[in-house]
Structure formats: C-alpha cells, structure tokens
Design a binder for this molecule. Structure first.
Ligand code: CP
Length: 306
C-alpha cells in the first residue's frame, strides 16, 4: 500500500483484500466491551473537514480513538478558514503538530492530492468534490462481503446522480476490482460521458435492474448542481426512485447516506431488511481502523488483546 489513500486506484485487488481482512479483525474488536487496541498509541490523526459530514467524520474519529491515537478534529466552519486562511496554510499549520495522518474532506476534486504534497503525514481522502471517496467504497465492499461472503461475479447496478457522485466513481473501481459486473443507470443528463472507461456498462433505463444482485442507489447531490439536470424531483422520482415495487425479494439495496427519502429511495425500501444501509455505517469504523492501521502501522504486529 502507498503512503496515502487518495483513490481506489492506489489499491490493487490484493491491497483491497488486505484492508478488508484487517477490517474483519477490527470488527471483532468493535464487538468487545473495551473497544480499544494500542496500535497507534502516541500517534496523532487530524480530521480536516471542509464539507458537511456525519458518517465519515464520526467513524474516522472513532476509528482513530479505538486505535489509541490522539485525534484532532478541525471543521472549516469555526476555524481560521473563516478568516480566509488557505488550504495550504491550514495544512502547513496543522503539520507543525507532526501528525501521522491527515484525513481530508473537501468540496474540490484533487484537494487530497494537493494536501499530500504539502505535508509529511499520510493523507486519506474522505471525499474530494466529484472525484472519489475511497473509504466509502472499501466499507461498501466490506459490508457486502460480510452479507454474501464474496463480491466476485455479482451484478451491481449503481442508480441515480452518477455525474456528481464521488461514491459512484470509487465504487465502480472497487466493485470491479473485486470481480463484480457494474452497471450505472440514471437520466442521460446525470451520466458522465465515457463513464464506461472506468470499467462499467451505462444505461439511462431501469429495464434490466431486476437482474441485479445489488442495487446501489445514489443521493441526488443538490449541493453540487449549478443547473437543472432533471425536469423536477417528482418526475425524477417517478422514473428512477427505487421502491419495493422495483426491488425483487432477493435483491440487496445499498446507499451511502444521507438518504433523500421520497426522492431516490422510498421510505419503505430504505427501512426494509433488504437494505444494508445500517451495516454500511457500522462497517465504516472497522474499515477506517484498517486503513489507518495499514497506512500507519502496517509493518508492525498488532496487539489485539489491549
Ligand atoms: N457517506 C458519507 O460520506 O456520509 P457523510 O457525508 O455523512 O460523511
């Protein structure tokens, strides 16, 4: 594994499997009453979030704390970013604390790559604009593997606002690398040109979604839309919303959250036992522990019995 995790492209299949296997052992730690191991004792992890987050920020914080790291959480709102401090100056300021890792979320594609140039710390991309969200994809593969045993040979349909979705880009790569066949589906205005170059099929029609083993629904990313991409949310929902009528009894449903209930997903589908949404959230802690461990302590023996 490289020093940073910017993209799923940083990992080959063996690298993904190594993280998933490590996450499996950390999932066991998370089931204990004392959910802590000493692997990163004395190391510092800085979570630097320039965009809203509930799941990623909380699970990175928990993951670092369960590895016994010292954790500093910086949100752009309320920090000196509000006074006009640049990303570069912010990173150089925080680097003075000698962090082992900086976890960065930014609305700008390429931000994590830039941060990696400005610090000696390992950099983990927690979502950069429309580009990638690699730890989301890793936890999605982990959650699916936990449920089904393997991802190899599965048909995964990724449905919705593909154009603005970093989750879609990372998941096309991760599911593909793990042996799944990936199809993306959405309104033509929300399908990026040449998306097939990432290794997936693309279609504007939900015809055939009944053949999927897994339907992965994407959030409508209103915050990234500068123009109108669908006639109205009601028409979008009529045509593309996944509800229990569109979902077969054997099909699994995934969504990275937060869900726009009644837009891309119906409430009954969101809350159904076919949905892995809660399992995805839970997987976030173990997978992010594994990523931190592999980047910062990968060569060392792990004392699970803290
Ligand atoms: N899935 C995800 O990235 O959620 P948050 O925006 O809440 O972190």
């Amino acid at each position: 594994m490289t020093r940073h995790l910017i993209s799923i492209d940083d990992l080959d299949r063996a690298g993904i499997e190594r993280i998933l296997d490590r996450a499996q052992s950390f999932a066991e730690v998370s089931g204990r009453e004392i959910k802590k191991v000493p692997a990163l004792r004395g190391r510092t992890v800085i979570n630097l979030f320039y965009e809203a987050s509930t799941r990623t920020s909380s699970s990175f914080e928990l993951a670092a704390k369960r590895l016994s790291a010292d954790v500093v959480n910086v949100r752009s709102a309320g920090s000196s970013v509000d006074k006009g401090e640049s990303l570069r100056d912010t990173v150089q300021t925080l680097s003075a604390y000698d962090p082992a890792a900086i976890v960065i979320r930014s609305p700008h594609a390429g931000a994590a790559q830039l941060v990696a140039r400005w610090t000696e710390a390992s950099v983990i991309n927690a979502g950069d604009g429309k580009h990638e969200h690699p730890t989301q994809a890793l936890l999605d593969v982990f959650a699916l593997r936990q449920r089904l045993g393997s991802v190899d040979g599965l048909s995964v349909w990724i449905v919705g606002d593909v154009l603005h979705s970093r989750v879609a880009r990372s998941n096309i790569l991760a599911f593909g690398r793990m042996g799944a066949r990936v199809t993306v589906c959405g309104p033509p205005t929300l399908l990026p040109p040449q998306i097939e170059a990432l290794g997936c099929a693309a279609t504007p029609s939900l015809d055939g979604v009944d053949t999927a083993d897994v339907v992965y629904v994407l959030r409508m990313q209103h915050e990234r839309m500068r123009e109108s991409f669908v006639p109205s949310l009601r028409e979008y929902a009529d045509r593309y919303q996944i509800d229990l009528r569109r979902l077969g009894p054997e099909q699994l449903l995934m969504h990275a959250g937060p869900v726009n209930r009644g837009v891309e997903l119906s409430a009954d589908a969101t809350d159904s036992p076919r949905a892995l949404i809660g399992e995805q959230v839970k997987a976030g802690v173990a997978v992010r522990m594994a990523v931190l461990y592999e980047l910062l302590a990968g060569g060392r023996m792990l004392e699970l019995a803290a």
